[in-house]
Every structure is written in C-alpha cells, then in structure tokens.
Ligand binder design. Structure first.
Ligand code: SF4
Length: 146
C-alpha cells in the first residue's frame, strides 16, 4: 500500500523529471502566467502536488490576493514562494512567452501527469485534480472550522 510519505517522494521525482523534460525551454519569468484570474488558466493539481505546496509553507496558507494572482506569489507579484515544489502545471511553459525549441515535450508531460494520477489513485481511489484556486479555497474553509 502506498503511504503519503512515499507518494510525496514520488511526486518530487516526477516534478524533477518534468524539469529535465523541459530543460531546453525557458521564459523571461514575468510571472504573467501566475495571474490566474487574468489568464483563466490555473494549474490543476493532484492531491500529492497540493500536499507538497502546503508542506512548503508549513501548513500556513497565504491569503487570496486582491489582484486574483496565485496566492503563492510574493507581495511584489513577481516571484513564486513555493518555486521548488510548484506543481507540474507550473513547469510546462504553456504561455506565449515560452522560449526554446518549437517541439515541446508533450508526450513526456502527459506521461508524468499519468504517473501523478496513478500514485494519487493508489492512495485514494477517488483522488481528483482540482485547480489551485479551488484547493486554496477548500483549505482556507477547512482552516476556519479547526
Ligand atoms: S504555484 Fe508558483 S509558479 Fe505556480 S501559479 Fe502559483 S506562484 Fe505561479
């Protein structure tokens, strides 16, 4: 049976593999893609990805941002505060500012997504992806009832 701890370890391994798969690509790091309300394209996370983000902030979630940006942006709105543990979707250079080869590692990325699905479903067969703002809202609600 998969434990949460081994799921987190494997999730980190998947994320490192994503970095390797996308190592030829980059972007000017404007953090425009982190303005989730503006882009309407939030990252979608499996539970183990969300657990890594929550662990990174020691369980203390930042509040929602007034500008609709990802709550994990720093106050300047330019830097990710959970960068090392950011989810798969944040590592895939999906916006028009992508630099690097025209061919993107879509197949490898799909394979990594499937690995995340498999390890999460092994933990909980009802595991589902949720958007980052949905995870954040749900966690904030849960914190209120504690
Ligand atoms: S987790 Fe980090 S990289 Fe991903 S949307 Fe939020 S601030 Fe941006």
């Amino acid at each position: 049976m998969t434990s949460l701890s081994s799921a987190l370890t494997e999730t980190r391994a998947v994320l490192r593999q994503a970095d390797r798969a996308w190592s030829k690509h980059g972007c000017p790091s404007t953090a425009e893609c982190c303005q989730l309300q503006t882009t309407g394209r939030p990252p979608w996370l499996w539970p183990s990805e969300w657990a890594l983000v929550v662990k990174k902030v020691n369980g203390v979630l930042p509040p929602a941002r007034a500008d609709g940006g990802c709550p994990f942006l720093d106050p300047s709105g330019k830097r990710c505060t959970v960068y090392e543990d950011r989810p798969l979707g944040c590592r895939t250079f999906f916006c028009h500012r992508i630099t690097g080869p025209a061919a993107v590692p879509a197949e490898a990325t799909n394979g990594l997504f499937d690995r995340l699905r498999a390890l999460n479903v092994a933990l909980d067969d009802e595991a589902q992806v949720r958007s980052l703002p949905d995870w954040h809202r749900a966690e904030a609600e849960r914190a209120k009832t504690r």
